[in-house]
Each structure stands twice: as C-alpha cells, then as structure tokens.
Design a protein around this ligand. Sequence first.
Ligand code: FES
Length: 137
Amino acid sequence: MMRELYTQVIMDHYKKPRNHGEIENPDIEEHLLNPLCGDEVTVYAKFEDDKVSEASFTGRGCSISQASASMMTERLLGKSRREVEAQIKSFKAMMTGDEEFPEEDELAALKGVIQYPSRIRCATLSWDAFSRGLNGG
Ligand code: FES
C-alpha cells in the first residue's frame, strides 16, 4: 500500500514535472550526467535576498531522476543558501539510510530506491548538481 503510494508520487512528478524549463540569467546553472546510463539533468536557480526565488530543471532520464529533480525544485524554493545546503545534506543522508524522512514527506517516496543501489545515483543526481552549482561547480 505504502509502496503503491510512493510509486504514484514518483510517477506524478515524472509525468507532470514541476518547474520544468530554463531560467534566464540564472545564478546557478549546473549540468550533471550519470555516466552509468547517460541520463542527465541541468538545474537552474536564482537568488533574491539570499533566498531561492526561482528553481527549475531540464533533463532526460529515468522516472526517478526526473521526479527527484522536480521534487527538489519545489522543496528548495524560498530557502536560504544555508537551508538549501542543509536540505541537500539531509536528502543525501536519507539516500544512504542515515536519516529518516517522515512518511508524509513526499521526498520519502524516493527512499525505496535504497534497495536498488545502482539507482541511488538516479535520485541524487539533481541534488548533487544543485550542490555543485551552489559551491561554484
Ligand atoms: Fe539513469 Fe536513473 S537510470 S539516472
């Protein structure tokens, strides 16, 4: 039951990605390729008063990588650089099993991926891209 729900969340974001597209004159534009499969994602963000005022992504790849990017853009909007860093760290900790996200948190839908180690990179790709962008590549 829970697993079905998780799959629904992922498929929903995959089919109707949020914040999909480029941003003009972004403060962050970072492209990352998963060499294992050739899938890719580019993340874009703009800051205003140290807060993410716009976040978006483009890419091509599996449902997990694209859904994760979609969820990430929603999650990081409005956050300060420091909060973004903390959120990325937390998310990556969940994907290594070191941190639990509450089940009602939509991002928890991705933790099932841990059972398939080769797919963990799918879930973290966009987050790593954002992190690189934040730290100047
Ligand atoms: Fe390529 Fe998921 S299979 S990112």
